[in-house]
Ligand binder design. Sequence first.
Ligand code: ATP
Ligand code: BTN
Length: 271
Amino acid sequence: MHELTSSTLDAARLTQALGDSAGAYELRWLPVCASTNSVLLEFPAPPPGAPATVLVADAQSAGRGRRGRAWLSQPGAGLTFSLRRSFDLPNMAGMTGLSLVVGLAVAAALENLGAAGLGLKWPNDIEAGGCKLGGVLVELGSAQGAVWAVMGIGINLTLPASLRAEIDVPATDLATLLGQPPEREAVLAAILVELAGRLAEFERKGFAPFAGAWQVRNVHAGREVRIVDDGRVVQQGLCLGVAADGALLLQTPAGVQAVIAGDVSLRAAGD
Ligand code: ATP
Ligand code: BTN
């Protein structure tokens, strides 16, 4: 992994855009790698309290979504990066809801840049107008009494038609939402700025303080949804929102059921 000095990213512009948040991060870059999450999973976790390691790649040859699904991108088409951070927590029980907090930070950042109508699909998608704009992949572990997370974020900046055709869900990009192609440094800095405070608050208080803000952006709020596990519908009900631990709350004939993210997927009942 390289320092940013010889990067295709403009390090000076990035540092300036980060402002007071610059100290929260140590920035790295690779022209290409399999997956920024995979690289950071092999990288030592910074100790609790130390700056988070951020790795940006121009291209990923094997970008990952959840459960072995692929995240597709190309140089110039998207922003693909991951952060590795330790959390001063006794065990992983306190980490539930982290991917929702990351989604909230991404949505706030993109809105600050001028994107309107952003919503979140539990547990890890950023959407606009029913199309997928970005995704979050959080992977967790623990070592020597500390808990760490690798948080991967992929955002479509300017999708060429050829790449759009390869994506098997309705997708959109920031260029469409903003009316012009965004600068990768500005998008990256805006997300890192919004993440810094939220990650610190999450470390202190867990997901509970974020549940209300998440519900405001919940694209399925008040809608009938299905929970799907490996193609099989395992639950169906009215989407009420999220619990204090980030679990999805469904009103079902059997009462209110909490669904934890695990390996399941959320779909609108008609889909
Ligand atoms: P879930 O609801 O379980 O999260 P998902 O379909 O969102 O399901 P993920 O693993 O979250 O699945 O994301 C990977 C999926 O995202 C891929 O299977 C593909 O459908 C979609 N995808 C891949 N690349 C892109 C991209 N650049 N833009 C939008 N969507 C993409
Ligand atoms: C999803 O929607 O399932 C999550 C997609 C996450 C993609 C990002 S791109 C940077 C990081 N590296 C990966 O391999 N995946 C995440």
